[in-house]
Design a protein around this ligand. Structure first.
Ligand SMILES: NC(=O)c1ccc[n+]([C@@H]2O[C@H](COP(=O)([O-])OP(=O)(O)OC[C@H]3O[C@@H](n4cnc5c(N)ncnc54)[C@H](OP(=O)(O)O)[C@@H]3O)[C@@H](O)[C@H]2O)c1
Length: 297
């Protein structure tokens, strides 16, 4: 009984502490903002996952153009990296890395001991059978769990391996490429949204843990980039190179929450202003004009 009372008191104290903190956040006594962790790209050594195409390849091109010392271009099939290596064979080091494979992850960390930036870019949009991407209609949760593994647990595992390496090298950055799908449930891609929302919280958790360390942990809310994953019919989209340059600029300024221009800018505000109305519109669209991407091999 005593134990139960102690536990309730403790929980009460935690809740009270939390409200005191939020009250403090509204007063002039709120903690001063931390100085930005400005992280310039010049001479950075960067590992990019899924860099054989799309957003990842755009990062490799931008990093090279902006003075990165070395780029570990990684892909699950290294044969697909030939064109990327050809961009600058002296500075681009190809590595095999299926992000879900722990042996690959550890081998990459052993090899890339000079890394100062990790860009967790690789992602799995989910099955091309739409029903398998949803919790109720899926035949089982296998595909959904695979999406979670690629998009949330694997970047977390890579961050755990590379943060000590980055710190040993004097500090740097981890960029987790998220999506507008992290901010609300995109019912056409429920498993993807779930994984990106979880990755958003995972990223915020890493940021809190490393707050006093010389490492920037950035949440990048990517959207509208011209890749094979762009929804059919999307009208505005940035090139992967333009997207990468925008993100690199934001990292140089020390921004930890990055909304590139073609992404879900202001979406959080719109959701908070009218959560039910926002969801209603999303659900209507799902039933009448669902978002689709073209299947690929
Ligand atoms: N394009 C957009 O408008 C948009 C919008 C929101 C968010 N994003 C985010 O941007 C990032 C890149 O997407 P993208 O548009 O460039 O898509 P993409 O062209 O389909 O590229 C995805 C990349 O991830 C790789 N990948 C998938 N599973 C992997 C695994 N297990 N191990 C290693 N690599 C794996 C793919 O490799 P393979 O070539 O071997 O398949 C490919 O290189 C993702 O995080 C995505 O969620 C993009």
């Amino acid at each position: 009984m005593q134990q139960m009372i102690d536990r309730r008191l403790l929980l009460g104290g935690i809740v009270a502490g939390a409200s005191a903190t939020s009250a403090a956040a509204q007063t002039p006594d709120a903690p001063a903002p931390r100085p930005a962790k400005r992280t310039p790209v010049k001479n950075a050594v960067v590992l990019v996952t899924g860099s054989n195409r799309g957003v990842g390849r755009g990062f490799v091109e931008a990093l090279l153009a902006r003075g990165a010392k070395r780029v570990y271009a990684t892909a699950r099939n290294p044969k697909n990296l030939a064109e990327v290596v050809a961009l600058d064979p002296k500075r681009v080091v190809p590595l095999e890395l299926d992000v879900t494979n722990d042996t690959h992850r550890r081998a990459a960390a052993d090899k890339a001991q000079d890394v100062t930036w990790l860009i967790n870019n690789a992602a799995n949009p989910g099955s091309f059978t739409p029903g398998e991407r949803r919790f109720y209609s899926a035949s089982n949760l296998d595909d959904i769990k695979a999406v979670m593994d690629t998009n949330c647990w694997s970047p977390a595992e890579l961050a755990r391996l590379f943060i000590p390496i980055i710190l040993k090298n004097g500090g740097g950055a981890v960029l987790n490429i998220l999506s507008g799908g992290a901010l609300f449930c995109l019912p056409e891609f429920t498993s993807y949204s779930t994984s990106k929302a979880a990755a958003m919280m995972m990223t915020a958790g890493l940021r809190a843990e490393t707050d006093r360390m010389p490492i920037l942990i950035a949440s990048v809310f990517t959207g509208g980039v011209q890749t094979r994953s762009l929804p059919i019919g999307a009208t505005t989209a940035a090139t992967p190179l333009a997207h990468a340059n925008e993100v690199i600029d934001a990292v140089a300024e020390g921004k930890s929450t990055i909304f590139p221009a073609t992404g879900p800018v202001n979406m959080r505000d719109r959701i908070c202003q009218d959560p039910e109305g926002f969801e209603r519109r999303v659900v209507e669209r799902f039933h009448t004009n669902p978002v689709q991407i073209a299947p690929y091999d």
